[in-house]
Design a protein around this ligand. Sequence first.
Ligand SMILES: [Zn+2]
Ligand SMILES: [Zn+2]
Length: 138
Amino acid sequence: MKVHGSCHCGHVSFEADVDPDKVALCHCTDCQVSTGSAFRTNVPVPGNTFRMLSGEPTIYIKTTAESGNPRTQAFCPTCGTSIYSTTPGDGPQASYMVRVGTLRERDKLVPKVQNWFRSAQPWVTAIGALRKNEKGAV
Ligand SMILES: [Zn+2]
Ligand SMILES: [Zn+2]
Protein backbone atom coordinates (compact mmCIF):
# COMPACT_ATOMS: atom_id res chain seq x y z
CA MET A 1 0.00 0.00 0.00
CA LYS A 2 1.37 3.36 -1.07
CA VAL A 3 1.53 5.93 1.73
CA HIS A 4 2.35 9.63 1.90
CA GLY A 5 4.03 11.11 4.94
CA SER A 6 4.66 14.59 6.26
CA CYS A 7 5.68 16.25 9.49
CA HIS A 8 3.33 18.78 11.11
CA CYS A 9 4.94 21.86 9.53
CA GLY A 10 5.38 20.24 6.10
CA HIS A 11 9.17 20.66 5.92
CA VAL A 12 9.80 16.90 5.77
CA SER A 13 7.74 14.82 3.35
CA PHE A 14 8.17 11.33 1.97
CA GLU A 15 6.40 8.41 0.35
CA ALA A 16 6.73 4.67 0.83
CA ASP A 17 5.08 1.29 0.44
CA VAL A 18 3.83 -0.49 3.56
CA ASP A 19 2.15 -3.76 4.43
CA PRO A 20 -0.93 -2.77 6.51
CA ASP A 21 -0.75 -6.14 8.30
CA LYS A 22 2.56 -5.09 9.87
CA VAL A 23 1.35 -2.04 11.79
CA ALA A 24 2.41 -2.39 15.43
CA LEU A 25 2.18 -0.53 18.70
CA CYS A 26 5.38 -0.19 20.70
CA HIS A 27 5.07 0.13 24.47
CA CYS A 28 8.83 0.18 25.14
CA THR A 29 10.10 2.75 27.60
CA ASP A 30 12.21 4.47 24.91
CA CYS A 31 9.07 5.10 22.86
CA GLN A 32 7.22 6.33 25.93
CA VAL A 33 9.90 8.93 26.62
CA SER A 34 10.60 10.06 23.06
CA THR A 35 6.93 10.38 22.11
CA GLY A 36 6.00 11.93 25.44
CA SER A 37 3.07 9.53 25.41
CA ALA A 38 2.17 5.95 26.37
CA PHE A 39 3.12 4.16 23.15
CA ARG A 40 4.13 4.65 19.54
CA THR A 41 2.51 3.33 16.34
CA ASN A 42 4.95 2.09 13.70
CA VAL A 43 4.94 0.40 10.33
CA PRO A 44 8.07 -1.07 8.73
CA VAL A 45 9.07 0.22 5.30
CA PRO A 46 11.48 -1.61 2.99
CA GLY A 47 14.36 0.76 2.29
CA ASN A 48 13.96 0.46 -1.47
CA THR A 49 10.43 1.90 -1.28
CA PHE A 50 11.22 4.82 1.05
CA ARG A 51 11.60 8.08 -0.86
CA MET A 52 12.26 11.43 0.81
CA LEU A 53 10.45 14.17 -1.13
CA SER A 54 11.43 17.28 0.80
CA GLY A 55 13.41 18.41 3.81
CA GLU A 56 16.13 16.67 5.70
CA PRO A 57 15.33 15.22 9.11
CA THR A 58 17.57 15.79 12.08
CA ILE A 59 19.14 12.60 13.42
CA TYR A 60 19.44 11.55 17.03
CA ILE A 61 21.32 8.31 17.70
CA LYS A 62 19.79 6.75 20.76
CA THR A 63 21.25 3.89 22.73
CA THR A 64 18.45 1.34 22.90
CA ALA A 65 17.51 0.64 26.51
CA GLU A 66 17.23 -3.14 26.23
CA SER A 67 20.02 -4.10 23.81
CA GLY A 68 22.41 -1.19 24.14
CA ASN A 69 22.48 -0.99 20.33
CA PRO A 70 22.54 2.40 18.62
CA ARG A 71 19.45 3.35 16.64
CA THR A 72 18.88 6.35 14.40
CA GLN A 73 15.84 8.47 15.28
CA ALA A 74 14.80 10.97 12.59
CA PHE A 75 12.66 14.01 13.31
CA CYS A 76 11.79 17.33 11.68
CA PRO A 77 14.32 20.04 12.66
CA THR A 78 11.58 22.69 12.63
CA CYS A 79 8.51 21.15 14.26
CA GLY A 80 10.01 18.11 15.99
CA THR A 81 7.66 15.53 14.50
CA SER A 82 9.08 12.00 14.67
CA ILE A 83 9.49 10.57 11.16
CA TYR A 84 11.21 7.17 11.42
CA SER A 85 13.89 5.09 13.08
CA THR A 86 16.50 2.99 11.29
CA THR A 87 19.97 1.51 11.63
CA PRO A 88 22.78 4.07 11.89
CA GLY A 89 24.84 4.77 8.79
CA ASP A 90 25.09 6.99 5.74
CA GLY A 91 22.84 6.60 2.72
CA PRO A 92 19.75 4.44 2.27
CA GLN A 93 19.14 1.76 4.89
CA ALA A 94 17.58 -1.68 4.48
CA SER A 95 14.43 -0.73 6.35
CA TYR A 96 12.75 2.10 8.22
CA MET A 97 10.24 2.07 11.05
CA VAL A 98 7.92 4.86 10.00
CA ARG A 99 5.69 6.69 12.50
CA VAL A 100 2.14 5.97 11.40
CA GLY A 101 0.78 9.29 12.66
CA THR A 102 2.77 11.10 9.94
CA LEU A 103 0.96 9.22 7.16
CA ARG A 104 -2.02 10.64 5.29
CA GLU A 105 -3.42 7.07 5.12
CA ARG A 106 -3.16 6.51 8.90
CA ASP A 107 -6.90 5.85 9.26
CA LYS A 108 -6.41 2.67 7.21
CA LEU A 109 -3.37 1.50 9.16
CA VAL A 110 -4.82 -0.39 12.09
CA PRO A 111 -2.35 -1.93 14.56
CA LYS A 112 -2.22 -5.73 14.52
CA VAL A 113 0.12 -6.35 17.46
CA GLN A 114 1.39 -4.69 20.65
CA ASN A 115 5.13 -5.04 21.25
CA TRP A 116 6.99 -4.57 24.53
CA PHE A 117 3.75 -5.02 26.40
CA ARG A 118 5.61 -5.79 29.61
CA SER A 119 6.27 -2.04 29.95
CA ALA A 120 2.82 -0.92 28.75
CA GLN A 121 1.14 1.63 30.96
CA PRO A 122 -1.44 -0.30 33.01
CA TRP A 123 -4.30 1.97 31.89
CA VAL A 124 -3.90 1.50 28.12
CA THR A 125 -6.27 -1.46 27.91
CA ALA A 126 -9.03 0.57 29.59
CA ILE A 127 -9.12 3.75 27.47
CA GLY A 128 -12.21 2.59 25.54
CA ALA A 129 -14.25 3.13 28.69
CA LEU A 130 -13.11 6.72 29.32
CA ARG A 131 -15.53 9.61 28.91
CA LYS A 132 -15.24 11.04 25.37
CA ASN A 133 -15.30 14.66 24.19
CA GLU A 134 -15.69 15.21 20.42
CA LYS A 135 -13.28 18.16 20.74
CA GLY A 136 -10.72 19.17 23.36
CA ALA A 137 -11.40 19.17 27.06
CA VAL A 138 -14.30 21.35 28.11
ZN1 LIG B 1 8.17 19.85 10.46
ZN1 LIG C 1 9.53 1.32 21.22
